[in-house]
Every structure is written in structure tokens, then in C-alpha cells.
Design a protein around this ligand. Structure first.
Ligand code: B1M
Length: 225
């Protein structure tokens, strides 16, 4: 796809224009463009620009909400395409996913969930503002392999620790791997709170989830013949 189209996608997010964003996504699908390329080279850079402008005081909250709406409109077109790829693969593992308590940012989490689904994981998305106990209860109910916790605010990333504690309290820690992510989250933070891994973006989250599944299914070295 020409760079012009990616620029138009980026601009549709900055403008907070859902109809344009979804129209461009439809064009991309019709033209056989990989949905992940449209997301990574078109729409996500637009969201990053919006964040920068907001931080500099050049954009206000309603603008940011309009941009998020445009992003959701594009994702509504691209997501089924990505999911279709996932159903053609063998089941890779069960993931319970959500944004942590006090936090309503969901675009990154949705992207992570979509890519995991596209790579064969069965993803249960709990949504936003999710307490640790809810993650633990759903993980228990679904016999989840992985719990994934997103946080976008420096004030809410500490609630990721609450999820680790809730999983421990429910007696599930030995069965469930925990991965964390989100803009302010770091590998060091993941280690500090006792999570099993950190991913910086949605594609890395897929790689990490596969690694965690491999760790889960690995026969301990002491039992290997
Ligand atoms: Co908010 N917001 N926001 N916001 N918002 C940020 C995060 C901010 C950095 C903007 C800024 O100041 N530059 C700032 C946080 C500052 C901080 O804590 N350091 C901020 C703020 C301050 C706020 C409010 C407090 C504003 C206010 O009310 N005054 C408020 C808080 C509300 C709350 O949650 N309680 C707020 C509200 C909102 C909106 C509702 C308007 C909207 C969200 C709408 C929605 O999601 N439905 C919004 C938006 C859109 C943003 C920015 C602009 C974009 C976020 C986004 O969607 N990015 C954001 C600025 C920015 O990030 N540049 C900002 C695109 C997305 C694809 O990237 O989410 O980073 P991201 O996800 C990536 C990776 O992080 C990673 O993979 C994803 C895909 O590559 N990842 C994971 C994410 N989760 C993962 C989980 C994993 C693994 C990887 O494993 C489980």
C-alpha cells in the first residue's frame, strides 16, 4: 500500500474522523493489505501523535476521545480479518485479558487480544477497569494458561501488582502465567511485581505468550530422560 494511504489513516486518527478511518480500513482490506500493516503503519502512529499533542497541551480530552473513536472504527473493520486468520490455526492457549482497575484505556489491549486471537490463542477480554479478583475468578473458571494485564497510567500500573496478588491468593499462581504491558510498563516493573513477562507491543505480546506456553508445557529438567 502506498505511503500516502498510511498517512491518510494516520491523519484520520488525528482528525478524530471515524467514517474516514473505517473507509480507509475497508479499502485496505479490499486491496489485500495485511490488516497488521494498516494498524502498525497507519493507525497506531496516529494515536501516538495524538498522545504527544495532548501532552503538549495542543489537544484536549474531547479530541483524544474522538481519536479513540476513530481508532475503534478502523479496528472494527480490521479485527474480523485478523481473527479469521486465528481460527485457521490450532489452539495455542487460553488467555484472560483486561485493563487494570481505575484505567479505561482499551485500544492497546484490544490490539493485543486481536493479535493473540489471530495467532490461535483463545482470548477472553474482561474489558477495562478490572479488579484483580475478577481476573482470578475468570482465570479459574476458564482454566486459563495466561492472564494479561494492561495499564496505561503511571497511577494504575501499580494495580497490576494487585492482579498478581489476587492470582496468588486464589491458589492459581503455579498454573497461570502473568504478562503485563502498556505504555508506562517496563520489564523491570514486571520483575518487581512478580509477573512472568512484559511485552512492549502487541506483536511482542504474541511472542511472549508463546514463550510462556512453552515454559508451561516444558517437562522440568529433573524429570527429563
Ligand atoms: Co489517556 N492518557 N487519559 N485517554 N491517552 C495517555 C495514556 C497519556 C500518556 C497521554 C499524555 O498525557 N501524553 C496520559 C498518561 C500519563 C501518565 O500516566 N503517565 C493519559 C491521561 C493523563 C489520561 C487521563 C487522566 C486524562 C484526563 O482525564 N485528564 C484519562 C484517564 C482515564 C482513566 O483511564 N481513568 C485519559 C483518558 C483517555 C481517553 C478515554 C480519552 C482515551 C482512551 C479511549 C479508549 O481507550 N477507549 C485516551 C487515549 C486515547 C490516550 C492516548 C492518546 C492513546 C492511548 C492509545 O490508545 N494508544 C495516550 C497517549 C499515548 O499512549 N501516546 C493517553 C494506542 C495503543 C495502540 O497503544 O495503548 O500504548 P498502547 O498499547 C500498546 C502497548 O502499550 C502495548 O501494546 C499495544 C499495541 O502495540 N500494550 C501491551 C498495551 N497493553 C498491553 C498488554 C500486554 C502487552 C502489551 O500484555 C497483557
Amino acid at each position: 500500500m502506498p505511503d500516502d494511504n498510511f498517512s491518510a489513516m494516520r491523519q484520520s486518527i488525528i482528525d478524530g474522523a471515524p467514517d474516514t478511518a473505517s473507509g480507509l480500513a475497508q479499502q485496505a482490506v479490499s486491496a489485500g493489505i495485511a490488516p497488521i500493516d494498516a494498524i502498525n503503519h497507519g493507525y497506531v502512529p496516529g494515536m501516538h501523535d495524538v498522545g504527544e499533542q495532548f501532552a503538549k497541551g495542543q489537544m484536549y480530552l474531547p479530541d483524544m476521545m474522538a481519536s479513540a473513536e476513530a481508532m475503534r472504527a478502523a479496528m472494527a473493520v480490521l479485527e474480523p480479518e485478523l481473527k479469521r486468520l486465528g481460527t485457521e490455526r490450532p489452539m495455542a492457549g487460553v488467555v484472560v485479558l483486561g485493563t487494570t482497575k481505575g484505567d479505561i484505556h482499551e485500544i492497546g489491549k484490544i490490539l493485543v487480544g486481536t493479535l493473540l486471537t489471530a495467532h490461535g490463542f483463545r482470548v477472553h477480554d474482561l474489558g477495562v477497569d478490572v479488579a484483580g479478583e475478577k481476573f482470578a475468578a475468570k482465570a479459574q473458571e476458564l482454566h486459563a494458561d495466561i492472564v494479561g494485564v494492561s495499564a496505561l497510567l503511571t497511577t494504575t500500573m501499580r494495580n497490576q501488582k494487585g492482579v498478581v496478588e489476587a492470582i496468588e491468593k486464589a491458589g492459581l499462581r503455579s498454573q497461570v502465567k502473568i504478562m503485563v504491558g502498556g505504555a508506562p510498563v517496563t520489564r523491570r516493573w514486571a520483575e518487581e511485581i512478580g509477573a512472568d513477562g512484559y511485552a512492549k507491543d502487541a506483536m511482542t505480546a504474541v511472542v511472549l505468550a508463546r514463550e510462556l506456553m512453552a515454559q508451561k508445557t516444558q517437562i522440568p529438567a529433573t524429570q527429563q530422560t
